[in-house]
Design a protein around this ligand. Structure first.
Ligand code: IVH
Length: 749
């Protein structure tokens, strides 16, 4: 957008022309926003133009137009679609590329279930559709809601759009009362080509590939636009159901088909890895002629009871895997190697490439992983690519698989320019000049500057405001970068976000008068920030961006400690022991090396004991408690404890916490399990699991499952139709809960 003249310098004629220009642009922006694929201007630009319009009107009130944009309804909605929580999380799939991955998948499944290698074990195999997933909720046979995947827990409400897709039934006959059907929205190649032709004829934007076209067409504010787009839908899974669809995956898919959904005709039942590989080969052969994009084959355990027993890891089922097609390859020249500094200080080399098309997408960057990778060494120190290093100026082979960042597979030294030099990996952080240190056993070199390093500080802030962390609306990557570098209203640590409004009040130039901001956008931002002052403990822990402490570890820590204070006290108490653990590890490595040099056996125990002798009991107890939490190993624990001990980091955290109200997590309990040592009784009908599964899971969490209620019973889980056991429990004052509450408590809802 071009720079406009200062309003105070405009003559009356110029002001009139300017008001006409702004009315036109803003009207067009509104239309684009509400009617077409993508808004043509950012919210910030829109706000800026709108406030410029008001400014001109304020100076020349008599020039205000009849169709003045300041009279049109308020600001843009800050969110395009409403959010809807999924009754059951929408999961993703873990990936496999090689035959051995599939053999191992089968072995893992068998081991988990106790199925011997020679017994049959059936899987379904079906194409992995390259589109976007959609969850359709039917109540009493009527489509009542459609939601995109979103972050898996909460999606976007696209009900009006789903209702105009011909492939999606509006009503179902003889369906369970509640049925959530999940599947993929996609576009055929022919339809995609025709759509792009229509778009370019109309001067509208064209799409890079069918997947983008499908996503752009579904996520329309005006459902009439969606109606005009040829979207299709394959059903392949389900979420909440009030009654089971079948006993098997294959049976359930057949049932969905009989209810009127399109299901993929290449879905087959296979017995074991050989059979799966054969079906994979068949699908791969047919791939080019299918007329729509697929990027692999999905294998799922067929027996739904077995699926239930296998359950889920944090984001993927144990009972399924996506066998991806081999990545697409292309050769191009490596023009430069740049170093990015990430949130945890990691120096990540990025290849800048002469742009090349790989599988229909133009690629101009690729990851180079780390310095060893560039030098031709793998994680174990052994040569990769036959030991060939990668130099600026080289011909390199790029590949991409699925949505992942492109990578470099190979290099052709015969085309290397004579003056190409081996890459000299920086020993100093390119962003802040601190030493970049590579620790023993770490493949990555890291900037030691901590929060002093602007790159780390900015990345930490970006992480802090990201969706799974504080999720502050209107404060994204771009805004964080802007505020970080701002002189008047700087945001350099998370606490600064929460003092933004107060500081803005005290400033002479207000945020709302700045370039790119308006009254509305500033007000909305402050409101969005305020909304996040109350935060669940797990979110806060995750948001801190401590290395190795991801969403799952944060949740485990929150559950174990319950409150922020308990976590801080424990981390402080354990600090001397964490340092010791590090020293002991180092001493052990040294002793092993020494032993090799001296040709004797390593004496590890005395070395360790010597280090640990200096630590007092409470520290050791706190340390044991920490690493005793299910899912928290010593790597996570050391990282957590040491980051709390770093002065700048600790100050930043303390300042943040002073701005917040932190919600405690569900009651802490022994060994990380809320039901360890408790006696539990199940009664009535369980809808989300079989009795056997409920018992097995409770026992796995350390509970004792009993068949009858007595004074020793701690918890009664009562489903519909619970009779005498429920009344007896009430008499005895035994805590009673329904299945959902139970699942929420054990973390399996
Ligand atoms: S099953 C719990 N089956 O792939 C498992 N997913 O990489 C639910 N996808 O988010 C997914 N074709 O959008 C399944 N035949 C298929 C699929 C499929 C495409 C997508 C889906 C999912 C993603 C995971």
């Amino acid at each position: 957008m071009h720079d406009a003249r200062k309003v105070s310098t405009l003559t009356e004629d110029e002001a009139q022309a300017e008001l006409a220009r702004l009315a036109d642009i803003l009207l067009r922006a509104d239309t684009a926003y509400h009617g077409e694929d993508a808004p043509q201007m950012s919210d910030a630009d829109y706000d800026r133009l709108k406030s410029r319009n008001s400014e001109v009107e304020a100076r020349f009130p008599h020039l205000k137009r009849a169709d003045s944009p300041s009279e049109t309804v308020g600001a843009l909605p800050s969110e395009r679609f409403g959010k809807v929580p999924h009754a059951k999380r929408m999961m993703s799939l873990s990936n496999a590329f090689e035959t051995t991955d599939i053999v191992e998948f089968d072995q893992r499944v068998r081991k988990y279930l106790g199925v011997p290698p020679d017994s049959p074990l059936l899987y379904t195999a079906e194409p992995k559709i390259d589109g976007l997933s959609l969850s359709l909720r039917y109540e009493d046979g009527v489509l009542v809601q459609a939601a995109t995947r979103g972050d898996g827990a909460v999606g976007e409400n696209v009900t009006a759009n789903a209702k105009v897709i011909k492939d999606i039934p509006q009503r179902l006959k003889a369906a369970p009362d509640i049925l959530e059907v999940r599947g993929e929205v996609y576009m055929n190649h022919a339809d995609f080509t025709a759509l792009n032709a229509r778009q370019s004829e109309a001067g509208a934007k064209t799409f890079a590939n069918p997947r983008n076209a499908a996503a752009g067409s579904l996520r329309q504010l005006d459902a009439e636009v969606t109606r005009s787009r040829p979207l299709k839908f394959f059903a392949y899974a389900w979420g909440e159901v009030s009654a089971p669809l079948a006993d098997t995956q294959f049976g359930a898919i057949t049932k969905l088909e009989s209810l009127g959904f399109s299901t993929n005709p290449l879905t087959a039942l296979c017995n074991g890895p050989d059979d799966l590989m054969a079906h994979y080969a068949k699908i791969e052969q047919q791939r080019a002629g299918l007329g729509y994009d697929i990027d692999g084959v999905v294998y799922k355990v067929d027996d739904l009871d077995l699926q239930r027993r296998l359950g889920y890891r944090s984001t993927t089922p144990r009972w399924a895997i996506a066998h991806k097609f081999p990545a697409e390859l292309a050769w191009t020249r490596l023009e430069a190697i740049e170093i990015n500094v990430g949130r945890t200080g990691a120096l990540s080399p990025v290849a800048r490439l002469a742009p090349v098309t790989v599988g229909g997408v133009v690629v101009s960057n690729a990851t180079l992983h780390n310095e060893d990778y560039i030098a031709g060494r793998g994680g174990d120190g052994d040569p990769i690519r036959g030991g060939k290093d990668i130099r600026v100026g080289d011909w390199v082979q790029v590949y991409r698989a699925g949505d992942v960042i492109p990578k470099i597979a190979d290099v052709d030294p015969s085309k290397r320019p004579d003056d190409a030099e081996p890459f000299d990996f920086p020993r100093i952080c390119p962003e802040c000049g601190s030493d970049a240190i590579r620790e023993e056993g770490d493949a990555v070199r890291r900037c030691s500057g901590g929060l002093v390093c602007p790159a780390q500080a900015v990345e930490k802030l970006k992480h802090f405001v990201s969706r799974a962390a504080f999720d502050i609306e209107g404060l994204g990557t771009k805004q964080v970068e802007m505020f970080y570098a701002d002189d008047q209203l700087p945001v350099q640590t998370p606490a600064d976000i929460f003092t933004l409004e107060a500081r803005d009040k005290a400033n002479l130039t207000k945020l709302s008068n700045r370039e790119g901001w308006g009254e509305v956008s500033a007000r909305n931002l402050f409101a969005a920030i305020d909304q996040r002052r109350t935060v669940p403990l797990a979110r806060l822990i995750f948001a801190l961006g401590i290395r190795h402490v991801g969403e799952v570890a944060a949740r485990d820590l929150a559950r174990h400690f319950g409150s922020w204070q308990a976590l801080v006290d424990a981390a402080d108490a354990a600090a001397p022991a964490a340092v010791c653990q590090l020293e002991a590890d180092a001493a052990e490595t040294e002793e092993r090396q020494l032993a090799v040099d001296e040709g004797r056996r390593a004496r590890i125990k005395p070395v360790r004991d010597a280090v640990w002798a200096g630590v007092d009991g409470p520290a050791i107890a706190a340390w044991r408690d920490l690493i005793g939490i299910d899912g928290i190993g010593s790597t996570v624990a050391i990282s957590l404890v040491t980051s709390f001990q770093q002065k700048a980091e600790r100050e930043s955290i303390d300042r943040l916490v002073a701005e917040l109200t932190i919600q405690d997590a569900a009651a802490p309990a022994t060994g990380g399990s809320p039901v360890a040592g408790k006696t539990v009784v199940f009664t009535g009908t369980l809808e989300k699991m079989t009795r056997a599964e409920a018992k097995a899971r409770a026992e796995a969490l350390g509970a004792k499952v009993s068949g009858s209620v007595s004074a020793r019973t701690d918890i009664l889980v009562a489903g519909p139709g619970a009779g005498s056991k429920a009344s007896k429990a009430a008499e005895l004052g035994v805590k009673t809960m329904d299945e959902d509450a139970w699942l929420a408590m054990i973390g399996g809802a």
